[in-house]
Write a protein that binds this ligand. Structure first.
Ligand code: SAH
Length: 393
């Protein structure tokens, strides 16, 4: 039996609508429970509505994972195992094949499993645990990941990303460390080095997989500028699509080296690619090449709600510079992965960049995240990646 958290009368709507977050303002009576414990969420009349992880330290006081009105429900090891199993089945059906083996196995609320992200690269999984409740059942989840996805080594990124979570022990970075951390994954037949220890986020941006493939179709004979290039994902696809020239720009020298390595891995004798370690804002404004296609895939400028205004200015400046720069009839692949900038706001920002650049711009295509980053329809906040394909007259 779980402790009860009782909500105020009239605050049931969002729970009926299965939104997984319960904010502190909706609570009538807090449970007598520890940080991260599973609690039973009840209405003011005593009806059971849902089950979730309790967090007294957070504005989101409960992260619900089960909308079950059965008062005897228990989240046992089998229950968690099945969640991972369902997540894996979705990837098996819609993502994994002989040409693609890097994938997101667990996408938090998108897999009805709050507080955990898991990306799989061959026998290595990179796991981020984001809430205390998930940390308390971590052993069950990690065992399930190993068992179901054939993972042998797990890299835990927990301690660097969260204040709420205590570190269990200093040596928990790796569960069964591999002999070689760096591995090679396949994405639509192209190959990429992934280093989960040194890399950003979980080592590779898997979420652009389908958008990169679309880029490939438009590149034959074209000159491409890939800004914020990191591992060179878009650059490799551009070369695979027959680009005549690809420039990759990233402020980090290490990222440029990684990009060069990936290009050599796929195209050992091709001489059409060059990397530049530079600030993309300056580079676009001063570059003297007449690019046919520009890719803008910056890091999340708005890390929280307070940063939205500054971020909007950053996105606008960047998009305006690209719209001014691009050749007539050229294409811009522009993205935002900021959760706090939604699809509509991003489009307004690009609109205002186009207006100030004083050129005609049309949207040819709208981008989002792929099937292994599913969006729980009751949790629109989970849709973080958005992008537009612009044609500039
Ligand atoms: N497009 C990439 C992911 C980009 S991640 C992909 O498909 O995998 C963001 C990258 O932007 C990082 O590599 C970071 O080093 C780089 N970066 C951040 N600020 C920058 C700036 N002002 N100019 C150039 N690169 C920048």
């Amino acid at each position: 039996m779980y402790q009860q958290l009782i909500i105020k009368s009239g605050r049931e709507r969002s729970i009926y609508n299965r939104h997984p977050w319960l904010f502190s303002g909706a609570v009538k009576q807090l449970p007598n429970a520890g940080e991260g414990d599973i609690v039973q969420v009840c209405s003011n009349h005593g009806d059971v509505l849902a089950y979730g992880f309790y967090s007294s330290a957070n504005q989101i006081v409960c992260r619900m994972f089960e909308f079950n009105t059965d008062a005897t429900f228990v989240a046992d090891a089998t229950y968690w195992y099945q969640k991972v199993q369902h997540a894996f089945e979705l990837r098996e059906k819609y993502v994994l094949n002989t040409e693609t083996n890097a994938y997101r196995l667990l996408h938090a609320e998108g897999d009805f499993l709050p507080g955990i992200i898991c990306d799989v690269y061959n026998s290595i999984a990179s796991v981020q645990i984001l809430v205390k409740g998930t940390q308390l059942i971590q052993d069950i989840l990690l065992n399930a990941i190993m068992d179901i996805a054939g993972v042998k080594h797990i890299y835990l990124k927990t301690k660097k990303s969260s204040k709420v979570i205590e570190q269990v022990s200093a040596s928990t970075d790796w569960i069964n460390p591999p002999e070689k951390v760096k591995t090679i994954v396949k994405e639509h037949g192209l190959q990429f080095f992934v280093d989960v220890e040194k890399g950003q986020k979980t080592g590779f941006f898997i979420d652009q997989r389908e958008n990169r493939r679309l880029l490939q179709q438009f590149c034959s004979g074209k000159k491409i500028l890939n800004t914020f290039s990191y591992t060179g994902g878009f650059s490799a696809y551009a070369l695979a699509g027959g680009a005549s020239l690809v420039h990759s720009v990233d402020i980090s020298k290490e990222a440029c080296q990684l990009c060069d390595e990936n290009i050599r891995l796929n195209f050992p004798s091709l001489n059409k690619h060059q990397s530049f370690a530079a600030d993309c804002f300056d580079y676009i404004k001063t570059a003297d090449t007449d690019y046919d296609i520009i890719i803008l895939d910056p890091p999340a400028f708005a890390k929280n709600a307070r940063a939205v205004d500054n971020a909007a200015r950053g996105y606008k400046e960047l998009n305006m510079a690209a719209i001014k720069k691009i050749k007539a009839g050229g294409l811009i692949f522009t993205f935002s992965c900021s959760q706090n900038i939604d699809r509509d706001l991003f489009r307004k920002i690009v609109f205002s960049a186009a207006a100030d650049a004083r050129r005609n711009v049309r949207i040819l295509y709208q981008f989002t995240q792929p099937a292994d980053h599913p969006v729980n329809i009751f949790h629109p906040e989970g849709e973080y990646l958005k992008g537009l394909l612009l044609e500039v007259e």
